[in-house]
Design a protein around this ligand. Structure first.
Ligand SMILES: NC(=O)c1ccc[n+]([C@@H]2O[C@H](COP(=O)([O-])OP(=O)(O)OC[C@H]3O[C@@H](n4cnc5c(N)ncnc54)[C@H](O)[C@@H]3O)[C@@H](O)[C@H]2O)c1
Ligand SMILES: [Zn+2]
Length: 364
């Protein structure tokens, strides 16, 4: 495998590979000599020192630090970013580099795209979720009123640098969570990738860094799927909706995090969401029930089995009623008819949604 792979589209360029961060300085122009770098508490400690080693152009005064965690993906933290850029006299040629997981790229991308009507930004994703999903495709924004991603826009980073070195310090639970989005990409677009995932050992993959190449390959295949879909439908008129598989139920669970069930990460919420939505697919789009069982069991082996409490069933459906994807008041899903064949804009009876929660909880 080549040390660095470049994937170009009309939207953004993606560079993937071992020590890919070393190319950063080649992409900084005269005006963006000293970029702003957004970090959270964790990525400041675990990722910033490596990036500073790779680049001669980062200065301490332009580091913007915010607290870690989904609950800080909000307008208040966005103001923290704007304030620091104002203080340091950023102009419209300024550049913001988002160094972190999906929370950082969503929030930082939003802050950059709205600052003085929009400055450029790069994403350097440091979580697996960020590397295979969140950093790509330009969906950026913040949570509002307790609901996910209610304020935001689609605006593309100029460059995405994916360096697997960052996975070395990522907690195992976060690696397992990020793996969910790799599974999702396979399920919606690539039957062969799904078979490869089904027959690969999570334990061996977790044996990082000895298996760095296996990760680079998986990440690259996953990124290509997302990039192809986004490039053909950047503003989600049609095809891009297939990326929402697992996310109608998953986002509702995520908005309900840290309440009554033991799901704590985006990936865990989406894993549960994919299991529920495969069950719904078996009732609505003829997805085979034996596939529901095989895939669900594999998801559970990779991400763990996270139950949702009965007392939150009604709240979850209410949250789904606020989903941005709904049409004419109906809750909309992206379902599967077969592995690799998504079907967009599907709705179902509420009873089937409740049954899907029961199905998730019944799996051993
Ligand atoms: N825009 C999109 O298309 C898109 C797609 C998927 C997810 N998302 C969003 O992304 C977020 C979830 O992403 P996430 O799971 O990366 O969350 P996150 O950014 O909160 O990262 C998870 C945790 O890992 C820590 N971390 C990140 N990199 C690390 C590293 N290398 N070493 C040690 N710790 C590290 C973070 O500090 C955080 O505590 C959600 O807000 C979700 O809505 C967006
Ligand atoms: Zn997701």
């Amino acid at each position: 495998m080549k040390p660095v792979t470049t994937i170009k589209s009309g939207l953004h360029n993606i560079i993937i590979g071992n020590e890919a961060c070393k190319v950063l300085d080649d992409h900084l122009s005269q005006e963006t000599m000293n970029p702003f770098i957004l970090v959270d508490d964790q990525t400041k400690v675990h990722c910033l020192p490596y990036l500073m080693n790779c680049s001669k152009k980062i200065i301490w005064d332009n580091i913007i630090q915010i607290p870690e965690g989904e609950k800080y993906k909000n307008l208040q933290q966005c103001e923290t970013i704007w304030n620091k850029m104002f203080q340091n006299k950023a102009d419209r040629n300024a550049l913001l580099i988002n160094l972190g997981g999906g929370m950082i790229s969503d929030l930082g991308g939003f802050a950059a795209s709205t600052f003085k009507r929009g400055i450029r930004f790069f994403n350097i994703p440091t979580s697996l979720t960020g590397q295979v999903d969140a950093s790509i495709g330009g969906k950026i924004g913040v949570n509002y009123g307790g609901i996910k991603n209610q304020i935001g826009l689609i605006s593309f980073p100029q460059l995405i640098i994916i360096d697997p070195v960052f996975l070395e310090t990522l907690p195992e639970r976060e690696i397992r969570s990020g793996f969910t989005e790799i599974i999702k990409h396979a399920l919606i677009a690539n039957d062969k990738l799904w078979k490869k995932i089904l027959h690969s050992s999570m334990q061996e993959l977790l044996n990082f860094p000895s298996d760095k190449n296996a990760w680079i390959q998986l990440i690259t295949e996953s990124v290509r799927i997302k990039n192809n879909i986004v490039s053909s439908d950047p503003y989600e008129k049609n095809l891009r909706k297939c990326l929402n598989f697992g996310h109608t139920v998953g986002h509702a669970i995520e908005a309900h995090l840290h309440t009554e069930h033991d799901i704590h990460t985006h990936g865990e919420a989406i894993a549960a969401g994919m299991i529920c939505e495969m069950y719904i697919s078996s009732k609505v789009t003829g997805f085979s029930f034996s596939d529901v069982e095989t895939v669900s069991n594999h998801i559970i082996r990779c991400t763990g089995h996270h139950l949702i409490s009965r007392s939150s069933f009604n709240d979850l459906v209410s949250l789904m009623e606020h989903d941005k994807k709904n049409i004419s008041g109906k809750i909309m899903f992206t379902l599967l008819s077969e592995i690799g064949k998504p079907v967009i804009n599907k709705s179902c009876e509420k009873q089937i949604i409740f049954e899907s929660f029961e199905y998730l909880n019944s799996l051993a």
